[in-house]
Every structure is written in structure tokens, then in C-alpha cells.
Design a protein around this ligand. Structure first.
Ligand SMILES: *[C@@H]1O[C@H](CO)[C@@H](O)[C@H](O)[C@H]1NC(C)=O
Ligand SMILES: *[C@@H]1O[C@H](CO)[C@@H](O)[C@H](O)[C@H]1NC(C)=O
Ligand SMILES: *[C@@H]1O[C@H](CO)[C@@H](O)[C@H](O)[C@H]1NC(C)=O
Ligand SMILES: *[C@@H]1O[C@H](CO)[C@@H](O)[C@H](O)[C@H]1NC(C)=O
Ligand SMILES: *[C@@H]1O[C@H](CO)[C@@H](O)[C@H](O)[C@H]1NC(C)=O
Ligand SMILES: *[C@@H]1O[C@H](CO)[C@@H](O)[C@H](O)[C@H]1NC(C)=O
Ligand SMILES: *[C@@H]1O[C@H](CO)[C@@H](O)[C@H](O)[C@H]1NC(C)=O
Ligand SMILES: *[C@@H]1O[C@H](CO)[C@@H](O)[C@H](O)[C@H]1NC(C)=O
Ligand SMILES: *[C@@H]1O[C@H](CO)[C@@H](O)[C@H](O)[C@H]1NC(C)=O
Ligand SMILES: *[C@@H]1O[C@H](CO)[C@@H](O)[C@H](O)[C@H]1NC(C)=O
Ligand SMILES: *[C@@H]1O[C@H](CO)[C@@H](O)[C@H](O)[C@H]1NC(C)=O
Ligand SMILES: *[C@@H]1O[C@H](CO)[C@@H](O)[C@H](O)[C@H]1NC(C)=O
Length: 583
């Protein structure tokens, strides 16, 4: 009898110490059941095991509330996969579940339906498949749901509209289909709505305009129909509106002008048409405005000049016409201005870039005319200057030849006159210099030859005279040198010993004389050598025939003698050979 009592006492003690209560006991077995369903290659959950001196509240990724019930499970970034057990529903006190950034490729257990105290669910960055479990709308205190970057499919969960305390809903980057549920209008606390990169269709519900707390909407990269609801103009707390690549059309509603806190407006790659509404000038907090790749027409509204904090203005690939508002020159925070591929005309604002941070300017493929503004680089930050396919005239601005930040200068197909200024060879970052098809005269400045950065030089189709700087073809990174259709003369400099990168050399249609330097054959990467239409004499160097990558060789219309070297038939890469001679 005594023994029996003692045994009973011992059992009670062990039971009490290790588990405390029946429900804790159940939580421990739920956690162990979860662990059993997981693949844990890095053994991150190795301390998830019964022991007498530690409680499960101390297990990796487990947090308990003051009553000893599990309230937080953070299994993020643990390389876990497998399946989360339905037993998770036994963790009835769970308020926060984080499975982010693992390798789950199963479906997500429907049992989270029963976890009605959940405040935060993050299952992002996994490969979860199938539909998202229905029922979370019951989680009346849910404030954050992040299921982004998964393979969820099926309809976008409609009942989420019942989780009226939700502040963050991020379903970006899945395969959800169907339209955005109208029920989402109930999410009056919602600040972040991310649905981009799914297969959503249908119209964007006007009801979203009632989400008065919204600060950030990112819903592009879908296949919507219709346009932007004018009701979006009611979202006055909005700071970020991204509808890019959404298959949206119609006009951009002037109501957006009421969104005075919006800093980012991305509407690029849609089918928006009509004019850019002048009301956009009322969005005075705008920093990034991208309306590119649409069918917008008419003029750029002068009101855009009111956007004093603008850092990026991208309007390329539309059908905009008329002149650029002079006021754009006063936007001194502007770093990126891309207007290419429109029908814009007239001069650029004369003070563009003055006192500003301008880094990229691309106005190519328009009908711009007049002189290139002299102060484009006065902030010292200009890296890309892209003006090709326009009707710019006047000289190459002298001040640009001291712009040390320049990486690309592309001004071909204009009416630039005067000379190529001295100094470009000292711009240590300059890689591309494209000045073809202008009316530039004078000589190729010899300082270009001292550049260590230039890889692409095209000065073809100008009126350049005199001879080539003797070391210009020895620029260490030079890949392409094109100077065809000028009035260059003298001999081709015999400086090919150091041409490690040169692959295209086009000196055709000039007045070069003398012989073809045999050293040209040392250019191991040469693919295209064009010397046609000159006054070259002497023999074709035999060594040319063994150049390993030479594919196109045109020596026609010269005064070469001695015939074609015999070994040309064995040339390793040659595809096109033209040595025809028409005196
Ligand atoms: C619990 O006991 C094990 C084995 O005796 C020991 O290795 C571990 O450090 C102990 N843990 C704590 C928190 O005391
Ligand atoms: C949790 O572990 C800490 C030491 O790591 C220990 O001091 C504490 O007693 C443990 N708590 C429980 C409930 O086991
Ligand atoms: C853990 O996962 C990360 C990211 O998924 C991966 O880069 C890493 O190689 C994995 N580590 C191991 C040991 O599997
Ligand atoms: C998830 O989707 C990607 C992209 O379609 C696919 O390559 C991958 O196999 C899918 N993974 C699973 C587990 O379904
Ligand atoms: C979970 O919900 C289902 C359906 O409402 C119910 O039958 C089940 O008992 C619940 N489980 C728990 C642990 O509450
Ligand atoms: C959701 O998770 C992803 C990846 O873990 C993260 O990049 C993103 O910022 C999260 N969304 C929100 C709104 O915090
Ligand atoms: C939202 O809640 C209401 C009332 O509680 C319920 O009638 C409705 O079915 C729920 N909606 C969804 C989509 O679950
Ligand atoms: C979803 O979109 C992807 C990529 O845009 C596409 O490959 C796929 O066919 C679409 N699926 C459905 C069901 O529309
Ligand atoms: C929201 O915008 C629409 C159309 O722009 C307007 O008719 C409506 O009155 C606005 N609603 C509220 C609550 O401001
Ligand atoms: C800009 O806002 C002002 C005042 O809020 C308003 O009077 C004006 O009509 C708006 N401009 C446009 C073009 O909508
Ligand atoms: C220029 O824009 C038109 C539409 O306006 C587009 O069709 C074309 O592809 C664009 N060109 C380039 C080079 O992007
Ligand atoms: C402009 O360039 C200077 C010096 O290179 C740099 O300190 C500054 O941050 C740049 N400004 C911007 C807006 O990038």
C-alpha cells in the first residue's frame, strides 16, 4: 500500500515537472509532430526533443507567453522543407508564424484556419503550391500576411476581406488568378497591398479606392483589363503606386493629381493613351515618375516643372510631341531623364543640368534641334549622354570634354559641327564615343589615343581631315574603331603590336595611302577589317590570312598589287573576302 502511494507520487512529480499541464503536453507533442514532418538538413531543430531540464519554450524558434503557451514560431531561414503538420492547430495561442525563406514545396496546411489569434503570418520565399488555405478571414486580429514569392495558385483568397485589422497583405510573385476581390474594400486598416507578378485578370475594382489607409500599392505584372479607377484619387495617404506591366489602358485619370504624398508613380508598360494629365503637376511629393512604354500622346504638360523633388522622369517609348517644357531645366534634383523614342521637337531647356545631379540623359530618336545645353554636367554626375537620331546642331559643348563622370557619349545622326574637342581622352571612365553621321571637321584629337578606358569609337561619316593619331589603335581596351567616310589621309599607323581587344576596324572611304601594316595581323581578336575605298598600295601582308578570328575582310577599291596571298584559302574564320579592284 505504501509503495503504491509512493509510486503514484513519483509519477505525479515527473508528470508535473516535465509537462506541467495537459495542454502544454499537447503543445509539446504538436511541436514534435511538426518537427517529424520537416526535412531539416542542417539539423537546426536539434534541440526540439524532450528533456527534463529545458522546456519547449526554450527550443530554437519557439517563444511562449507568460502562461507557458507557444505564441510565436519563427522557423525562417532554416533550409527546411517537407510539410507543416496539421497539428499546428493545437498551438491555440499562436500569434506569430514565420516560415519565410525556406524550401517548402508542399501545400500549406489548411489547419491554420483554426489559429484565430494569429497576428502575423509570413510564409514568403518558399515554393508552396496549390491554393492558399481558405479561412484566414476568421483570424480577426491578423495584421500581417506575407505569402509572396511562392507557387500558390488558384483564386486569390477572397475571405481575407474579413480580416479587417489587416495592415500588410503581400501576395506578390505567385500564380494567383481571377480578379481582385471586391471584399478587400473592407480592409480599412490596410497600408500595404502587394499583388504584382500573378495571373490576375478582370478590372481593378473601384472599391479599392475606399482603402483610405493605403500607403503602398504594387499590383502590376498581371493581365488586368480596363483602366485605373478614378476612385484611386481618393487614396490620399498613398505614397507609392506601382501599376507597371498590368495590361491597363484608357487615360491616366486626372484624379491622381489629388495624391499629394505619392513619391513613386510607376505606370510603365501598359496601354495608356491620351495626354499626360496636367494634374500630375499637383503630385508635388513625386520623386520617381515612370510613364514609359505606353501610347501617350500630346505634349508633356508644363505643370511637370512643378515637381521640384523629381529624381527620375521616364517618358520614353510613347507618342509624345511638341517641345519639352522649359521648366524642366529647373528641376535640380533630377538624376535620370529619359525621353527617347517619341516625336519631341525643339531645343532642350537651355539650363538643363545646371546646378543639378543629372546622371542619365537619353533623348534619342526624337526630332530635337538646337544646340546641346552647355551645362549638362555642371553637377559633375553625368554618366550617360545619349542624343542620337535627332537634329541637334552647333558644336560639341566644350564643357562636356572636362566631364570626368562620363561613361557613354552617343551623339550619332545629328547635325553637329565644329571639331571634336580636346580632352575626351582624359575622361577616365569614358567607354563609348559615338559621333557618326554629323558634320564634324578638323582632326581626330591626338589626346584620344591616351585614353585607357575607351572601347568603342565611331566617328564615321563626318568631314574629319588629316591623319590618324599614331597610337590611337593601341588604346588598351579598344574594341571598335570606326572612322569611315571622312577625309582622313596619311598612312595607317603601324601600331598594332598592342591591340589586345580590337575586333572591328573600319577606315573605309577615306584617303589613306601607303601599305597595309603587316603588324595588323597581330590583332588576335580582329573580326572585321574594312579598308576599302582608299589609296593603299603594295602587297596584302601574308600574315592576315592566319588571323584566328577574322571573318570579314574588305580591301576593295585600293591600288594593291601582288595578288591574293596563296594561304588565304586556309584562313581559319574568314567568311567574306573582297579584294576587288576598280581603279
Ligand atoms: C540540460 O541537460 C543537458 C544534458 O544533461 C545539458 O547538456 C544541457 O546543457 C542542459 N541545458 C540547460 C539549459 O541546462
Ligand atoms: C531556458 O534557458 C535558459 C538558459 O539558456 C534557462 O536559464 C531557463 O531556465 C530556461 N527556461 C526554461 C523554462 O527551461
Ligand atoms: C540553405 O539554403 C540556402 C538558400 O536557400 C542555400 O543557399 C544554401 O546552400 C543552403 N545550405 C545548405 C547547407 O543546404
Ligand atoms: C514553382 O514554379 C517555378 C516557376 O514556374 C517552377 O520552376 C518550379 O518547378 C515550381 N516549383 C514547384 C515546387 O512547384
Ligand atoms: C479546427 O476547425 C475544425 C472545423 O471548424 C474543427 O472541426 C476542429 O475541431 C478544429 N480544431 C481545433 C483543434 O480546434
Ligand atoms: C514579404 O516577404 C518578402 C520576402 O521575405 C520581403 O522581401 C517583403 O519585404 C515582405 N513584404 C512586406 C510587405 O514586408
Ligand atoms: C466574412 O464574414 C461574414 C460574416 O462573418 C460571412 O458571412 C462571410 O461569409 C465571410 N466572407 C468570407 C468570404 O468568408
Ligand atoms: C500565368 O502566367 C504565367 C507567366 O506569365 C504563364 O506562363 C502561365 O501560363 C499563366 N497561367 C495561367 C493559368 O494563366
Ligand atoms: C471617390 O472618388 C470618386 C470618383 O473620383 C468620387 O465620386 C467619390 O465621391 C469619392 N469618394 C469619397 C468617399 O471620397
Ligand atoms: C491642382 O490643385 C489645385 C489646388 O488644389 C487646383 O486648384 C488645380 O485645379 C489643380 N490642377 C489641376 C491641373 O488639376
Ligand atoms: C519605340 O516606340 C514604339 C511605340 O511608340 C515601339 O513600337 C518601338 O518598339 C520602340 N522602339 C524601341 C527601340 O524601343
Ligand atoms: C554627384 O557626384 C558627387 C561627386 O561624385 C557625389 O558626392 C554626389 O553624391 C553625387 N550626387 C548625386 C545626387 O548622385
Amino acid at each position: 500500500m505504501k509503495l503504491k502511494i509512493l509510486l503514484f507520487f513519483i509519477c505525479c512529480c515527473i508528470g508535473f515537472h516535465s509537462f506541467g499541464s495537459a495542454s502544454l503536453n499537447e503543445e509539446v507533442s504538436a511541436l514534435l509532430s511538426i518537427k517529424a514532418g520537416l526535412l531539416d538538413p542542417l539539423n537546426r531543430l536539434q534541440d526540439w526533443k524532450l528533456s527534463y531540464n529545458t522546456s519547449h519554450c526554450n527550443w530554437t524558434g519557439v517563444w511562449c507567453n507568460s502562461h507557458g503557451a507557444v505564441e510565436k514560431l519563427d522557423l525562417s531561414h532554416m533550409n527546411l522543407s517537407g510539410r507543416v503538420s496539421d497539428d499546428i492547430e493545437k498551438l491555440q495561442g499562436l500569434t506569430s508564424l514565420n516560415l519565410c525563406c525556406n524550401g517548402f514545396s508542399s501545400s500549406l496546411t489548411k489547419a491554420i484556419y483554426n489559429l484565430t489569434l494569429l497576428i502575423s503570418i509570413d510564409v514568403s520565399q518558399n515554393l508552396f503550391v496549390d491554393s492558399f488555405p481558405i479561412g484566414l478571414g476568421r483570424a480577426a486580429v491578423l495584421t500581417l500576411l506575407n505569402a509572396s514569392s511562392n507557387n500558390f495558385s488558384g483564386f486569390i483568397p477572397e475571405d481575407i476581406g474579413n480580416a479587417t485589422l489587416l495592415e500588410t497583405l503581400d501576395l506578390r510573385g505567385n500564380f494567383f488568378e481571377g480578379s481582385i476581390p471586391k471584399s478587400y474594400k473592407n480592409l480599412q486598416k490596410l497600408k500595404f497591398l502587394g499583388l504584382s507578378g500573378n495571373n490576375l485578370t478582370g478590372e481593378i475594382p473601384a472599391e479599392l479606392g475606399q482603402l483610405s489607409s493605403l500607403e503602398k500599392i504594387i499590383i502590376g505584372y498581371n493581365e488586368f483589363e480596363g483602366g485605373i479607377p478614378t476612385e484611386f484619387g481618393n487614396l490620399t495617404n498613398l505614397k507609392y503606386l506601382d501599376l507597371a506591366v498590368g495590361n491597363l489602358g484608357g487615360e491616366i485619370p486626372a484624379e491622381l493629381g489629388r495624391l499629394k504624398d505619392v513619391e513613386t508613380l510607376f505606370l510603365y508598360q501598359n496601354n495608356f493613351e491620351g495626354k499626360i494629365p496636367a494634374a500630375i503637376g499637383n503630385m508635388t511629393a513625386l520623386q520617381l515618375l515612370d510613364l514609359s512604354d505606353n501610347m501617350l500622346s500630346g505634349e508633356i504638360p508644363a505643370a511637370i516643372s512643378q515637381l521640384k523633388t523629381l529624381k527620375l522622369l521616364n517618358l520614353m517609348c510613347n507618342q509624345l510631341s511638341g517641345a519639352v517644357p522649359a521648366g524642366l531645366g529647373g528641376l535640380n534634383q533630377l538624376q535620370i531623364l529619359e525621353l527617347w523614342n517619341n516625336s519631341l521637337a525643339g531645343p532642350l531647356p537651355i539650363d538643363l543640368g545646371k546646378n543639378s545631379a543629372l546622371q542619365w540623359l537619353d533623348v534619342s530618336s526624337n526630332s530635337f534641334s538646337g544646340e546641346i545645353p552647355a551645362g549638362l554636367c555642371s553637377g559633375g554626375n553625368l554618366t550617360k549622354l545619349i542624343l542620337f537620331n535627332n537634329a541637334f546642331s552647333g558644336p560639341f559643348p566644350l564643357r562636356l570634354s572636362t566631364c570626368l563622370s562620363l561613361v557613354r557619349v552617343r551623339m550619332q545622326n545629328n547635325f553637329l559641327s565644329g571639331t571634336i574637342p580636346v580632352g575626351l581622352g582624359k575622361l577616365e571612365k569614358l567607354q563609348r564615343l559615338e559621333l557618326a553621321n554629323n558634320s564634324l571637321g578638323g582632326q581626330i584629337p591626338s589626346d584620344l589615343a591616351s585614353s585607357s578606358s575607351l572601347s568603342f569609337i565611331d566617328v564615321s561619316r563626318n568631314h574629319l581631315t588629316s591623319s590618324l593619331p599614331s597610337t590611337i589603335l593601341a588604346i588598351p581596351n579598344l574594341q571598335n574603331f570606326m572612322a569611315s567616310n571622312n577625309n582622313l589621309d596619311g598612312e595607317i599607323p603601324d601600331q598594332f603590336q598592342d591591340c589586345p581587344s580590337l575586333s572591328v576596324l573600319d577606315l573605309s572611304s577615306n584617303h589613306f595611302s601607303g601599305t597595309i601594316p603587316a603588324s595588323i595581323a597581330s590583332c588576335q581578336k580582329m573580326v572585321n577589317l574594312n579598308l576599302k575605298n582608299n589609296q593603299l598600295t603594295g602587297e596584302i601582308p601574308k600574315a592576315i590570312a592566319v588571323m584566328p578570328t577574322l571573318a570579314i575582310l574588305d580591301l576593295s577599291n585600293n591600288s594593291l598589287t601582288g595578288g591574293i596571298p596563296e594561304n588565304f584559302g586556309t584562313s581559319p574564320a574568314l567568311e567574306v573576302l573582297n579584294v576587288s579592284y576598280t581603279p
